[in-house]
Design a protein. Structure first.
Length: 407
């Protein structure tokens, strides 16, 4: 009778190792002095793939590691041959392995090239890419880059900075998928994203505004409700500057102090230049309007003195126009902000980061400062000021006529 070869001890250990690290039906055998992996699953034809390792005791470790990697790739949806090619570093990913592609893109952005900060990933990339993954893994998944962009950008207002950032982030991811992950060309995003970003809807004749002003008391309550830890104190100072100086969020990054040429006194100076229909705005002096508390007392936050002493450290505000997004993201986590938004909503009003700036304009009107002077400090023309803030035009005209008739 022929003798049955039971195998050497290392061969038995190798097969046991495969069984313990994979699933039922995964086995190894020798073919032409090399290892071959076989997978037998009930109801499916037998699958087999050659491994680039000699059938020897010295290769036991690499064989087990490779089989384990192949097994994990099949759990993510890859076929056996594709999984073996990927594990060997010579095959494209399947076009529906979006989770793997997202992990690769995240690693590329955080660890290579001009690496970004984790906070930038969470703020500008994660929201739209997580939404894209939900779309791509759903039942009615988009079939190309165009349809994916349209599906993922609906939640942000057309023409808004937030929508622009999300479109750019998603386009970067799709280019990564095509160029690095070997996805089909149909997933390459268009070079021109403007049709997907859109433009802001024109303001209606009724004068739709992007937000409504905060009252002084609302600002004070909001700041008092912030955490008292170091990040909370930094954000509190940022909000105080926005409210007392009437700044655009981005202008926190362009703020400084200069000596007044006439008096020599230190005054706030903003170097920001905003592009407008009439060209570029110019850098300007900024005049503070302190807030008033419940008892009618003006708040003395000593912002100018503390700024000059280096005692004010602003929180991370991102790059450029991302400052408004950074402020909005922080505030959305705060209970005081959520409560304020709910209270304003009951009045038919909307709280936004620009509401601090709008409140400055309203405060100037209530103090009787002429609209031209307020507009100059806020860094826009009188025409824009009157068009943007109805209390600076309609109510001002009514007060002027009432005063004239009373004399």
């Amino acid at each position: 009778m022929p003798r049955v070869r039971l195998g050497e001890s290392w061969e038995l250990a190798l097969r046991v190792g495969v069984r313990s690290s994979t699933a039922r039906g995964w086995t190894l055998r020798e073919q032409d002095h090399f290892a071959r992996l076989e997978v037998r699953i009930a109801g499916s034809p037998r699958q087999t793939v050659a491994l680039p390792f000699r059938w020897s005791q010295q290769e036991v470790g690499p064989i087990l590691a490779r089989v384990r990697n192949i097994y994990l790739l099949t759990l993510k949806g890859h076929g056996l041959r594709d999984a073996a090619a990927i594990a060997e570093g010579r095959g494209p990913r399947r076009t529906d392995s979006w989770s793997d592609a997202l992990q690769g893109f995240r690693s590329q952005k955080l660890e290579h090239g001009g690496a970004i900060k984790p906070s930038t990933w969470e703020q500008h990339y994660a929201p739209v890419l997580e939404l894209a993954l939900q779309q791509l893994e759903g039942q009615k998944r988009p079939t190309d880059a165009i349809s994916l962009l349209d599906a993922c950008l609906r939640g942000w207002a057309p023409g808004s900075r937030a929508r622009q950032i999300r479109a750019q982030s998603l386009a970067q991811f799709l280019r990564h998928c095509v160029e690095r992950e070997k996805f089909p060309e149909s997933w390459r995003p268009p070079a021109d994203l403007r049709p997907h970003i859109g433009v802001a809807a024109a303001e209606t004749a009724a004068g739709h505004r992007k937000g409504d002003p905060f009252t002084d008391l609302e600002v004070l309550q909001l700041i008092d409700a912030l955490p008292t830890d170091e990040p909370g104190r930094r954000w509190a100072d940022a909000l105080r500057l926005l409210a007392e100086l009437g700044l655009r969020p981005i202008e926190l990054q362009h703020l400084g102090v200069r000596s007044d040429p006439g008096s020599g006194k230190p005054l706030w100076w903003c170097s920001y230049r905003k592009r407008s229909g009439g060209g570029m705005t110019t850098p300007r002096w900024v005049h503070p309007l302190p807030l008033t508390d419940w008892d009618g007392r003006r708040q003395d936050w000593q912002l100018l003195e503390r700024w000059r002493a280096g005692a004010i450290e602003l929180p991370p505000l991102g790059a450029g126009p991302g400052a408004a997004d950074a402020i909005g993201t922080y505030l959305k986590r705060q209970r005081g902000w959520r409560e304020l938004r709910e209270r304003m909503a009951t009045r038919g009003e909307r709280a936004v980061p620009y509401s601090f700036r709008h409140g400055y304009s309203l405060r100037g009107h209530q103090l009787g400062i002429d609209p031209g002077s307020v507009a100059l400090s806020m860094g826009h023309s009188l025409e824009v000021h009157l068009r943007s803030y109805p209390w600076a035009s309609g109510q001002g005209a009514a007060a002027a006529f009432a005063k004239a008739l009373a004399t």
